[in-house]
Design a protein around this ligand. Structure first.
Ligand code: PLP
Length: 414
């Protein structure tokens, strides 16, 4: 396969590109509302930061699969959340779940099934290694959930092919949580599908419940997770994969590739991460969810009031907005990319076009990430006083309130 050709055909990850463009506008003195990049606004809990400071001296290469004490904690955590018995051997620690998902794709001889919309990096990862991708369309009517019947239909045409499905819930970009995991599990069983359950936002489900397809189909599901979203530690670069015994051959292959590529995750980070799994962070998490839900509800209400079609976020910090009712297509705005470009240029509101997530570009859909606020301040205020939501937003998330207000004015002016 011609890897160089595959890679030359790809561009920089869309999320990073919009961030770079936003930075450029800021440098030029323009005010930018960063609804593009999906980075957690919350600080890493203090107890974990202190542990990192304490372990700055750790300098040895660690086990390729990860520090054993950390893997034990990760296995306990996932045994509890995913209701399945894992042990330290089931776990691989890597430099972010993005890299681990890529390596899993790399070692599997299979086609990739992706619900549309899906997170921006799954498809380019498959393209780099020449893996065939089958998109399965989801719609706003089903809250952007993968429909089990559609999955069944797609698989019926792929009888002789090994199949890998990446299922992300709560979802990036839609912010909705799959309510049909049992039905999807039944179809997956029928077609012998291997699943990567990307649960990077599972702790940020606004109900506080950890929902997973492993509750119905653990035997062929690899759970992907890490500290980037619920723990605010995206820049620490630590992710986890947890494999059931039945898929230990995949785990072993990923370990082999890891040993020849990244070797092991930074030692201080792994020592610190033990505290992420062994301590109770329920207050931090409850407050994070409360704040995110409040902001998601607010944006949903405000944008719906001017005719944008959107769904209430159920977890994480994203939502999909459909501008087709409020923006007439012109030669200037004829697809989702030109729509996002125009809004960024006109009012400094940065968001990502739906086509970056596998949606049709003439549909005028975009993804909003509602993270442009000071998470430390928001957590302090929510734990100090019980503020009414309007008050809270004005005080702690002024860029969200101003950005959404400007976007509403822009829409009304159209
Ligand atoms: C759905 C989804 N999966 C995986 C990742 C990768 O996270 P990390 O590599 O930081 O673990 C992200 C990051 O934005 C994401 O949104």
């Amino acid at each position: 396969m011609d890897l160089q050709h595959n890679i030359l055909g790809l561009k920089t990850s869309a999320t990073l590109a919009i961030n770079e463009l936003s930075q450029k506008l800021i440098k030029e003195g323009k005010e930018v509302f960063k609804f593009g990049l999906g980075q957690s606004p919350f600080p890493v809990p203090d107890i974990i930061v202190k542990e990192l400071q304490k372990n700055a001296h750790q300098k040895d290469y660690l086990n390729v699969s990860g520090l054993i004490e950390l893997r034990e904690e990760v296995a306990n955590y996932h045994s509890n959340k995913n209701q399945y018995k894992y042990n330290a051997e089931s776990v691989i620690i890597g430099p972010g779940s993005k890299e681990l998902i890529f390596q899993t794709q790399l070692v599997l001889n299979c086609d990739l099934l992706l619900p549309s919309p899906s997170w921006v990096s799954y498809e380019p990862q498959a393209q780099i290694i020449n893996k065939k991708v089958h998109w399965i369309k989801a719609t706003a009517e089903t809250n952007w959930h993968l429909d089990p019947e559609e999955l069944d239909k797609t698989c019926a045409n792929l009888n002789s092919v090994n199949k890998l499905l990446i299922l992300n819930s709560p979802n990036n970009p839609s912010g909705t949580t799959h309510g049909n995991l049992k039905e999807l599990a039944n179809v997956a069983k029928k077609h012998n599908i291997i699943i990567i359950a990307d649960e990077i936002y599972a702790e940020l489900d606004f109900t506080g419940e950890y929902k997973s397809i492993t509750h119905h189909y653990p035997e062929k599901t690899i759970v992907s997770n890490g500290l980037s979203k619920w723990c605010g530690a995206g820049g620490w670069r630590i992710g986890t994969l947890v494999f059931p015994d039945e898929l230990s051959y995949i785990r072993d292959s990923v370990r082999t590739v890891a040993s020849e590529t990244f070797t092991a995750v930074s030692a201080p980070i792994q020592y610190a991460a033990i505290k992420a799994y062994s301590e109770d962070h329920s207050e931090y998490l409850e407050n994070s969810r409360l704040i995110l839900k409040m902001i998601g509800d607010y944006i949903y209400k405000e944008l719906s009031s001017v005719g944008v079609i959107c769904q209430k976020p159920q977890g994480g910090f994203y939502m999909i907005c459909d501008f087709s009712n409020v923006v007439n297509k012109t030669h200037e705005i004829n697809n989702d990319k030109t729509l996002c470009q125009k809004i960024l240029n006109d009012i400094g509101f940065a968001m990502l076009p739906g086509s970056d997530f596998g949606m049709e570009e003439d549909k005028l859909l975009s993804r909003i990430a509602f993270v442009d606020f000071d998470g430390s301040k928001a957590l302090k205020m929510i734990s100090k006083e019980k503020l009414s939501s309007d008050n809270f937003l004005d005080l702690t998330c002024p860029k969200i309130a101003k950005g959404i207000s400007l976007l509403k004015d822009w829409i009304i002016s159209k």
